[in-house]
Design a protein around this ligand. Structure first.
Ligand code: COA
Length: 192
């Protein structure tokens, strides 16, 4: 994996698709990003509600530099190409440099779901990670009941690799999580 190149490209990353621009989070996104973090329809699968100041600090953190330190997410805005409005985020992190593995994540506001946008965004992101960054392996995790998420991963060609029993706690309940993975040699950009 080309970590140096990944970090250099991440500084001003911009990927374009038919309907989206995927780019670094900008000051103009902050209010929307906070609103999305506070929207339980989006976040119920990701984490429990946080105090507003903690959410604001998390969002502010996404504006700063990213160095591919193990475990630190690079959060990117998925914006409409028509007007640059933030529709959601896609993100990735180097889980462990030695394993040359990158974990990916995604979320969209409900007004923009079920239009193929997450598939479009993640196809572009995976193409970048396997292409320019030469990632060896991409993984993603989701709550076992999050059907939208695991179906998206399967549509992207990711394989179900395992089930982590009671791996995360959401709304006071321990949840099983599914693990999906994809190797660079398996990646052929899927046809919608
Ligand atoms: C998961 C999520 C990003 C999917 O976004 P999306 O833009 O609606 O997904 P797409 O329209 O690109 O759909 C891709 C595939 O995912 C599956 N899918 C998406 N939404 C689904 C739903 N509500 N129920 C079942 N399958 C669904 C389908 O297989 C779909 O392919 P198809 O349209 O050909 O049937 C979105 O539901 C979301 O933001 N959820 C809340 C946050 C979240 O759970 N993030 C992931 C945490 S692990």
């Amino acid at each position: 994996m080309q970590i140096g190149r990944l970090v250099a490209l991440a500084a001003d990353l911009r990927l374009t698709t038919e309907r989206l621009v995927i780019r670094r989070v900008a000051e103009r996104d902050v209010a929307t990003a906070i609103a999305h973090e506070e929207d339980r329809r989006i976040m119920r699968w990701i984490r429990d509600a946080l105090p507003r100041d903690e959410i604001a600090a998390r969002v502010r953190d996404t504006l700063g530099p990213w160095g591919a330190d193990d475990g630190r997410w690079l959060v990117l805005t998925a914006a409409a190409s028509a007007d640059d409005a933030m529709l959601g985020i896609v993100c990735f992190r180097v889980t462990d440099r030695d394993q040359e593995t990158i974990e990916i994540g995604y979320r969209l506001h409900p007004d923009h779901q079920r239009r193929g946008l997450a598939f479009e965004a993640m196809t572009a992101l995976i193409t970048f990670l396997f292409g320019a960054a030469e990632a060896r392996r991409i993984v993603a995790l989701c709550a076992a009941d999050n059907e939208a998420s695991w179906r998206l991963m399967e549509k992207l060609g990711m394989r179900r690799e395992g089930l982590l029993r009671e791996h995360s706690k959401l709304a006071g309940t321990w949840c099983d999580e599914l693990v999906y993975g994809l190797l660079r040699r398996e990646w052929t950009p899927p046809i919608d």
